[in-house]
Ligand binder design. Structure first.
Ligand code: GDP
Length: 285
């Protein structure tokens, strides 16, 4: 399984590589022997992903706690395989719940990763979108929530978008990306698109699915951006190790995680308030 970086418009095609965007490599301490890294990165990353544990659930945006941890938001159309992908990455059966009744009031669920005493990443499972039977007002409300979250969540470090590999990026998927496009283009927020259920496609169809997604995402690619696409299957586990590695590479360093945990423990050292604008928007809705 390889990850694919969309071509920069007008530039030579970049060879798909497992490490081109791997911040974990840039952050590698010099004392770690390179042969160990070459042998175990996926294993280490999967062990790390397995530490994922439920942190908090929020019914509304302003209930999402302020955090300084690098946060990875998981987004996708209902039924794209988001819950299954989160569970597969974490190697846990029921970390993320597939909603039994898609489209009913959904919550934002947050998970901590890394050492218990000093978590080094947050995963945020955002409500799935695009369920046809949802009434219009609920859809608009959802759009407001997603737009606010993706535009202003200050510690948002990356978006992982689940897209059914058979359908490709739909209009709704593109609309969602628009909320976060400026931050992706500036490199502030990284983007990883998982083409899910890849086991349902043959090799030729997989290549075509990748090619089409690359085409759509080419607009988001700049010198500063970090945009990747990969085929993914929770069923046959393809892409799982690679994705775990990428996520692991986005975790805070132990020093930063420990400093954040210490700051949180101290009652007089509070992080900045959650953006006022998002709170008032949310209250009005
Ligand atoms: P969500 O609404 O995006 O959270 O989607 P779910 O994770 O609930 O998955 C929707 C459906 O797709 C379920 O029936 C899953 O069993 C199925 N599914 C999820 N991932 C895969 C996969 O990798 N391969 C196949 N074949 N089916 C999958």
């Amino acid at each position: 399984m390889t990850r694919h970086t969309p071509n920069r418009p007008g530039s030579a095609k970049q060879a798909p590589t497992k490490t081109a965007n791997g911040p974990q490599n840039a952050a590698t301490p010099a004392r770690v022997p390179t042969h160990d890294l070459a042998r175990h990165p996926a294993k280490d990353a999967l062990a790390w992903a397995h530490t994922a544990r439920f942190y908090i659930t929020a019914a509304q945006l302003h209930q999402v706690p302020v955090s300084e941890l690098p946060e990875v938001a998981f987004v996708g159309r209902s039924n794209a395989g988001k819950s299954t992908a989160i569970n597969t990455l974490a190697q846990q059966r029921q970390l993320a719940y597939a909603s039994k009744t898609p489209g009913r009031t959904q919550h934002i669920n947050l998970f901590h990763l890394g050492p218990k005493a000093a978590p080094n990443q947050l995963w945020t499972d955002l409500p799935g979108y695009g369920y046809a039977a949802v009434e219009r007002s609920a859809k608009l409300r959802w759009q407001e929530v997603m737009a606010s979250y993706l535009e202003v969540r200050r510690n948002l470090s990356a978006v992982v978008q689940m897209v059914d590999s058979r359908h490709g990026l739909t209009e709704l998927d593109r609309q969602l990306l628009e909320f976060v496009t400026p931050r992706v283009r500036s490199g502030e927020v990284k983007l990883l698109v998982l083409l899910t259920k890849a086991d349902k496609l043959n090799r030729k169809e997989q290549a075509e699915s990748l090619r089409k997604a690359q085409e759509v995402l080419a607009d988001l690619v700049t010198e500063e951006s970090d945009v990747n696409i990969t085929l993914f299957s929770s069923l046959n586990k393809s892409g799982v190790g690679d994705v775990a590695e990428v996520l692991h590479g986005w975790a805070a360093s132990p020093e930063v995680a420990e400093a954040l945990a210490a700051a949180q423990a101290a009652p007089d050292v509070l992080p900045d308030a959650w953006d006022d604008q998002s709170q008032s928007e949310d209250d009005q809705a």
